[in-house]
Design a binder for this molecule. Structure first.
Ligand SMILES: [Zn+2]
Length: 338
């Protein structure tokens, strides 16, 4: 039977999060529409619980067109048995289910971008109601949250881990520790102010947060998946959520970088066809040309040059040749002194 929680929410869980063992079910969000008057949206959830230990939420599909994390969480669900776990793992492979089902960043039902929606609203649109449940019910019971992202359809990002810096130095140090354990080639610390993201939700609710950017481009690469799978297992073991002798492989040393303000970003100020002039992983100088914007409707017109506003490592590039005014073409990162 679906289980009601104490927090005000329209969502009920088929899975009893207090019960030992491995359970699979859905979080039911009532959704009354023309073709299904008494229907609900079912967000897949798995709980694996075994006695004492930390509670960790591992989720993907916060953005539905980021597939590396979804594959990672699905494989983790199939692999792990209760005897492998210490404490409780809550696994959400398709966190914003309508978006993940559609393979879209945002929900086709309400156009909601879940990672801009926290803390959500229990009486709001499906995206808001799901975000509220994740923050106010699930995060509230967690010690750690691993939220697996990538660049999605429109961006490609160097395979990396990330977290948002807080004013709490101990918390920041713990996140850097997890970043190093995750063992991606790059780990970046987000300095931007944001209230609607999972990282902001974790700051409000308490659990230590680690996220990722696992490539993107609307695809899955062998390398990104390997790093995601191995890194997630290493972090789960490191925080004591897996048995001490659970087999994990070593990661690589992580280059810790930061992504700062607007000068880290290159945006398009014209619409047209984008010709990138640098690649991911390149080191660039201030003023260096980043891309040419061509005008296929006026092919004799000289292209416009977009330039980098500062020096740095090319961490992210836009996928897709057509660009509109305001599209992000690149963003940079710079080394962070730990
Ligand atoms: Zn994302």
């Amino acid at each position: 039977m679906a289980k009601k929680t104490k927090v005000e929410t329209r969502i009920s869980s088929e899975v009893d999060l207090e019960k030992n063992g491995k359970q699979q079910g859905v979080l039911r969000l009532p959704h009354s529409v023309h073709r299904s008057a008494y229907g609900w949206i079912g967000i897949p959830v798995v709980c694996i619980k075994n006695g004492e230990g930390p509670t960790v939420l591992v989720m993907s599909g916060n953005h539905g067109d980021e597939y590396e994390g979804q594959v990672t969480v699905i494989k983790l669900i199939r692999e792990l048995k209760p005897k492998d776990v210490r404490g409780r793992l809550i696994l959400l492979p398709m966190a914003n289910y309508p978006a993940a089902k559609a393979g879209m960043r945002t929900s086709p039902i309400d156009q909601g971008n879940m990672n801009r929606t926290f803390p959500g609203d229990p009486h709001g649109t499906p995206t808001k109601a799901i975000a509220h449940y994740i923050e106010c019910v699930l995060l509230a019971m967690c010690d750690y949250v691993i939220d697996l992202h990538s660049g999605g359809s429109s961006l490609m990002i160097l395979v990396s881990s990330l977290f948002k810096k807080s004013h709490d130095d101990k918390r920041t140090a713990r996140s850097i520790e997890l970043m190093r354990v995750f063992g991606a080639p790059v780990g970046f610390i987000d300095l931007k102010d944001s209230s609607g993201t999972m990282s902001a939700a974790a700051l409000r609710q308490g659990p230590i947060h680690l996220s990722t950017e696992l490539g993107g481009g609307g695809t899955v690469t062998v390398e990104a998946l390997r790093i995601a799978e191995e890194g997630t297992r290493r972090v789960l073991k490191h925080v004591g959520a897996l048995r001490p002798n659970y087999p994990v492989k070593p990661g690589v040393e992580t280059r810790v970088v930061t992504v700062g303000g607007p000068d880290y970003y290159v945006h398009a100020f014209d619409q047209g066809l984008c010709e990138p002039l640098v690649e991911l992983g390149d080191e660039v100088k201030k003023g260096q040309p980043a891309a040419l914007i061509h005008f296929p409707e006026a092919p004799a017109r000289e292209p416009v040059t977009a330039r980098f506003g500062r020096a740095g490592l090319v961490l992210c590039k836009r996928m897709g040749g057509r660009v509109e005014i305001g599209d992000c073409l690149f963003h940079l990162a710079t080394d962070y002194k730990v």
